[in-house]
Design a protein around this ligand. Structure first.
Ligand code: MOS
Length: 724
């Protein structure tokens, strides 16, 4: 079964099947393996005779390597080789599928950039030798280390509609605010690692990746070989958050060294190397202008930002992405500009764009509501357009009003004090804040194989990854539901490039896209079963291994006649992709306590209500929402990459210095999953949820801080030092 998705399927089969799997809060089938430590991550593959590689990284911010004193370390115990092949230094940008710029091995572009790989018999020998390797540099300083105040170049196509300046001049109420956000790290628990093994001209690489079909092309392109010679295996991935969308230095370096040495090579990044060399989220400066007319309707929105990246890197954190469709206002100016600096490549980090864009838009909306005398929920609700401004296309579905209303009721929003500094508890000021959530939705090309075995059990196969999000569970649920097979008889195999290409895990599109491919394959199998039973497809019901139609009940294994039935389902975005503005929506409610003396902010509780189309698994969806809110809280209060402006070195390149929230920071989170179907979004009427719950979460915290103590914060994270 193959095809683009062109016509919304309003009467969806998944609402008529009776197996009871869709949406059920099932546990992930691999969770037991993970808890017991037997689900192998990339670094845990031990091919016989495997050598160990350790990357050497630059200790200057810019310049050239003029000498590597290889001979000294080649004489050290156990050392097998020092590799500085120019192919291995491809920057780990995402989704480039063979188009990433390949660096000159000798050119140092940022502090911490890999410049060589040392391989030895043991990890300790390799680490020792990598530290001992003497490198001579010729330093230069042509690219600035600090983005503040730099000239910029356009990073994204600007949106200019009407006359924003005039709308601002004529506004009954307006705000004109400048925000800053700091850089973020993906900080996935599993460090990047690669184990490379060659058999003749064919490479097998165990790695930690999000987008395997792209990653195969990137690796083949780096090595100058055909993609058919590369097999990537990544069955279990310990978190990605964007940092594993593309391949990184470890993969190319391990492959090159393994080929040269004629034996498998493993390269595992240290935690510090992950921070130093893997894509980060850009810091941003964002100016928000909102113009409200006398009737309380938005007449204009301005969102102009600068973000940073290395020279000639195309990625520009798309912070205006949700501003393009979320609120009304016909006069608009949206722009993202790039400052070119010498810091590790910036790229996609969970919810690129909206994570820090919604964070400031929703803080600005709160200030506007206060100025205009509106309840912040009311201001949002009255400014939701009926079609996307400037594009004149309808929304596929939008549960924002429901999220705001249901969230407000469940949270107890009516108890919020209308003005700051009205609730004090000992030395703590208490306050509540609200913010909208929005994140664009995407359907990506995907394929999956579904096989109904002669014994009635079911096998689902795709190179789709599971980065801890629940792909194994969800794809099994869709197939089991569609073909009436109990979940215990469903096996899901993922993360191997020899399987049909799934969408991969990125942009929150994995479950809806690869899930739709599984759905399509199952439709084809249902067709065949109906044909064998001699009934129209609409009449066929499949449940617990039985085919039921027109009063007849036959075991599916009888219809199979001793043979497996197999189909590959494929899906590509089609007309519905362009004809509708597609996004997932939600609302955050947050209560904080701010210490009147130390300015420390403690979260009291937070609630999110989210609508993202059909819920495929209520447990994994809820977990994604919890994780998103935790990120939002980190972004609000603690997370920031630090850089030494003298030499460009990252100053907090580990989880001791880079502060993600811990359990004590997160006392009480609640998630409401709204009932929704989004027919234009995907054949299974599901949208993305993975990134939704970070988008705007930090603004709810900022708005609660203001409601508590009367201080408006425009610089994130809102640390005590900044709040005092
Ligand atoms: Mo995501 S930041 O596209 O993994």
């Amino acid at each position: 079964m193959f095809g683009t998705y062109d016509i919304p399927d309003q009467r969806n089969l998944l609402d008529r099947t009776r197996q009871g799997l869709i949406g059920a809060p099932l546990e992930r089938p691999e969770s037991g393996l993970k808890v017991c430590g037997v689900a192998p991550y990339a670094a845990e593959h031990h091919p016989p005779n495997c050598a160990e590689g350790v990357l050497v990284t630059a200790t200057i911010p810019q310049g050239r390597v003029i000498a590597l004193h290889k001979d000294e370390v080649l004489a050290m115990p156990g050392v097998l080789g020092v590799f500085a092949d120019k192919r291995m230094l491809r920057r780990p940008a995402q989704g480039t599928a063979g188009k990433a710029p390949v660096q000159d091995v000798r050119a140092v572009e940022y502090h911490g950039q890999p410049i060589a790989l040392v391989v030895a018999e043991t990890f300790e020998q390799a680490t020792h030798a990598a530290k001992a390797l003497r490198v001579e540099y010729e330093a230069s300083a042509t690219v600035p280390l600090d983005p503040e105040g730099l000239e910029t170049e356009p990073g994204r196509k600007p949106v200019v509609l009407g006359d924003l300046d005039q709308a601002m001049a004529e506004a009954a109420h307006s705000v004109d605010l400048t925000f800053t956000t700091e850089g973020h790290a993906s900080a996935a628990m599993e460090p990047h690692a690669s184990v490379a093994e060659w058999q003749g001209d064919d490479l097998t690489l165990w790695g930690s990746f999000q987008m395997i079909s792209h990653n195969v092309k990137e690796l083949a392109d780096s090595l100058r070989i055909a993609p058919r010679h590369v097999r990537i295996r990544s069955a279990y991935v310990g978190g990605g958050f964007g940092s594993k969308l593309g391949i990184s230095h470890d993969a190319v370096a391990a492959a090159i060294a393994a080929r040269e040495l004629g034996r498998p090579v493993r390269v595992v990044l240290s935690r510090q190397q992950v921070f130093d060399t893997i894509t980060r989220r850009s810091e941003t400066g964002q100016r928000l202008r909102l113009a409200l007319d006398a009737g309380g309707y938005l007449a204009g929105i301005g969102h102009e930002a600068w973000v940073s990246n290395l020279p000639d890197e195309p990625f520009a954190e798309p912070v205006t992405q949700a501003t393009e469709f979320l609120y009304s206002g016909e006069n608009r100016k949206l722009a993202v500009n790039l400052a070119r600096i010498s810091r590790v490549t910036s790229g996609s980090v969970r919810a690129p764009g909206e994570a820090v864009g919604m964070q400031v838009l929703e803080a600005a909306m709160d200030e506007l509501a206060e100025k205009a005398g509106f309840d912040p929920i009311e201001l949002r609700k009255r400014n939701l357009p009926s079609s996307q401004p400037g594009k004149d296309r309808p929304y596929s579905s939008r549960m924002l009003i429901e999220a705001l209303d249901q969230g407000a009721r469940a949270f107890g929003w009516q108890d919020r004090k209308p003005r700051p500094c009205m609730t004090r508890e000992g030395e703590w000021w208490l306050g509540m804040g609200v913010a909208s959530a929005a994140r664009v939705n995407m359907l990506r090309p995907a394929a999956a194989r579904v096989r109904l075995e002669p014994d009635g059990s079911l096998r689902v196969q795709s190179d789709q990854t599971d980065i801890g999000t629940g792909s194994y569970a969800i794809l099994g649920q869709i197939a089991g539901e569609m073909l009436g097979v109990p979940i215990a008889r469903v096996t899901v195999e993922l993360g191997d490039s020899s399987l049909p290409s799934g969408a991969g895990s990125g942009g929150s599109f994995g479950a809806s896209s690869t899930g739709s491919a599984v759905f399509r394959a199952c439709e084809a199998i249902r067709d065949k079963l109906a044909h064998r039973l001699g009934v129209p497809i609409e009449a066929l019901e499949l449940r617990d291994g039985m085919a039921i139609a027109s009063g007849r009940e036959v075991a599916v294994i009888e219809l199979l006649r001793g043979e497996a039935m197999e189909e590959i389902g494929r899906i590509k975005p089609g007309k519905t992709d362009k004809d509708y503005a597609q996004a997932s929506y939600g609302a955050f409610f947050c209560e904080v306590a701010v210490n009147a003396f130390t300015a420390e902010t403690r979260l009291r509780r937070m609630l999110g209500a989210f609508g993202f189309g059909r819920v495929l698994n209520a447990r994994t969806a809820r977990s994604q929402c919890l994780g998103g809110m935790v990120w939002g809280i980190g972004s609000a209060l603690t997370e920031e990459l630090g850089f030494d402006l003298r030499d460009g070195q990252m100053t907090n390149h580990d989880l001791a210095g880079y502060h993600v929230p811990c359990h004590a920071d997160i006392p009480a989170l609640e998630v409401i999953l709204l009932e929704e179907r989004d027919a234009p979004a995907s054949p299974i009427q599901a949208k993305g949820v993975g990134e939704l719950a970070i988008c705007g979460a930090a603004a709810a915290v900022a708005n609660a801080i203001y409601n508590a103590c009367g201080v408006r914060m425009h610089d994130f994270p809102m640390t005590p030092a900044r709040l005092l």
